[in-house]
Design a protein. Structure first.
Length: 463
């Protein structure tokens, strides 16, 4: 499919408008290609992630429209902003996705949208686009869409059966922040579709178990999930389809409304526990509207280092068995920007160290700076076969220049050290932590767009 000048202009506007929606997410879905369909989904990842064979797998990341009836003070697409507006039809989105997929530009779709007319209309447009991809074009690849708060639950339910992942943006960490900066939105409307997706996923798993003749009560399938999705959508794909199989995520804007890291981290922990989220994304605030109620980022720039520390704390909660109350307290409500949260916790709890790696359990190993999930598992496996030494720890992926202050191996430290917080902190800071691009003042990078592969609309139309 060649791109007309009109479609190319829409693509320019709506890919640029989508850059503030964070979607650097692994797919969470494993689905092989099926004869008669196009594409597949792999759990290795999408959008700036790398597959096991080294491939960078990417998404077409666009808005269905940047028209919006809301006037959120932090959003570049707010209705009072004077920006170029555009909208794709569902047919255009489906054709673009397939066209770019066939050219090997993309392997999946991330589709969000402003609120045009009303939430129901917007959700219906999103549903029609992905429904066309699944049924008309038989696209079997990864699809991630936004669930629109306030939309009819039936629309969200129908969409959940034809996508891999759905997300509902929290926008701001607190209800007070929403009231002040996005008064047309409220926490209840945002949480309602999140709860629906959580419930739908659980019932979908029950339905799969029932089909597999597991130990479930002998009940009819219609009692486990509404018949409308079972008949109208599920059967049109294939019998093994499930509801939002890659789970749901959310996004919070950091630095727009004055919340502390303490509030943000505890909110994220509550979201993981209460809504079974796969990911919470943190987006450093960029002032694109110039509203008087917003902090000015023109000189200081977006709080990228703060965003980085929040992601580190988030990973500690998701993979390292930390609780929010261990990482941050009300007395010290912001994460230390000098040092990562795991090292900071260890320095504040030197009474637990040094740890003998020959004897420590998995939970304890995960709390040692320089030891990650993979290296902890390798240590446990290697201990069953024989003794350990520092050379073997290094081969397992242990970062000894961090871990050396907190471990012993066979009763010995790597070099004689005093367990002194000031001494250890000074040496850890001297390591020069590798921070994300743009934080250290070095070369900065931007998210690659499909448009980066094209020079002109005519070139985009060539095959």
């Amino acid at each position: 499919m060649g791109l007309s000048q009109e479609i190319f202009q829409k693509l320019e506007i709506l890919t640029d408008a989508a850059k503030y929606d964070v979607a650097c997410t692994s797919s969470g879905s494993s689905r092989r290609g099926v004869k008669g369909t196009m594409g597949s989904a792999v759990s290795a990842g999408l959008c700036h992630a790398f597959a096991a064979d080294g491939r960078c797998i990417s998404l077409l990341k666009i808005l269905q429209t940047n028209e919006c009836v809301f006037d959120c003070k932090y959003c570049c697409n707010r209705c009072s902003n004077d920006v170029p507006r555009a909208s794709f039809t569902p047919e255009e989105i489906a054709e673009l996705t397939i066209s770019f997929y066939r050219r090997n530009y993309i392997e999946g779709l991330f589709l969000s949208s402003g609120i045009k007319n009303n939430p129901d209309y917007t959700m219906e447009q999103i549903y029609r686009a992905v429904y066309l991809l699944r049924t008309k074009y038989l696209f079997n690849g990864y699809i991630h869409v936004k669930a629109i708060p306030g939309a009819d639950p039936l629309l969200i339910e129908k969409t959940g059966w034809v996508v891999d992942r759905m997300s509902v943006n929290m926008e701001l960490p607190t209800a007070e922040g929403l009231r002040r900066l996005a008064p047309q939105k409220n926490r209840k409307k945002i949480l309602t579709p999140m709860r629906q997706i959580q419930t739908g996923r659980r019932e979908s798993l029950l339905l799969q178990d029932y089909r597999n003749h597991t130990a479930l009560p002998a009940v009819h399938e219609s009692t486990l999930f509404p018949a409308v999705t079972e008949k109208q959508v599920l059967q049109e794909r294939h019998p093994e389809a499930s509801f939002v199989p890659a789970g749901q995520s959310t996004q919070m804007i950091i630095g727009a409304s004055g919340e502390s890291d303490y509030e943000i981290v505890h909110m994220a922990e509550a979201m993981y526990q209460q809504f079974d989220l796969k990911r919470v994304f943190y987006s450093a605030f960029i002032n694109t509207t110039g509203d008087d109620l917003l902090p000015d980022t023109s000189e200081s720039g977006p709080p990228l280092l703060r965003e980085h520390r929040l992601y580190q704390a988030d990973f500690l909660m998701r993979f390292y068995q930390f609780r929010a109350e261990e990482l941050i307290t009300a007395d010290q409500p912001n994460l230390d920007v000098q040092i990562d949260p795991k090292c900071n916790w260890a320095l504040n709890h030197l009474e637990f160290f040094p740890v003998e790696v020959q004897e420590a359990d998995y939970h304890t190993l995960l709390r040692i700076p320089g030891i990650g999930v993979k290296s902890a598992k390798r240590i446990l496996t290697a201990r069953r076969r024989g003794g350990l030494d520092y050379d073997s720890l290094k081969k397992f992926g242990v970062v000894l220049k961090r871990a050396m202050y907190f471990i012993t191996c066979n009763g010995k430290m790597l070099i004689p050290l005093k367990m002194n917080r000031a001494f250890i902190l000074t040496n850890l800071l001297g390591l020069g932590e590798k921070l994300p691009p743009g934080i250290t003042g070095g070369t900065t990078y931007h998210q690659m767009s499909v448009l980066d592969m094209m020079d002109t609309p005519s070139m985009a139309g060539s095959s």
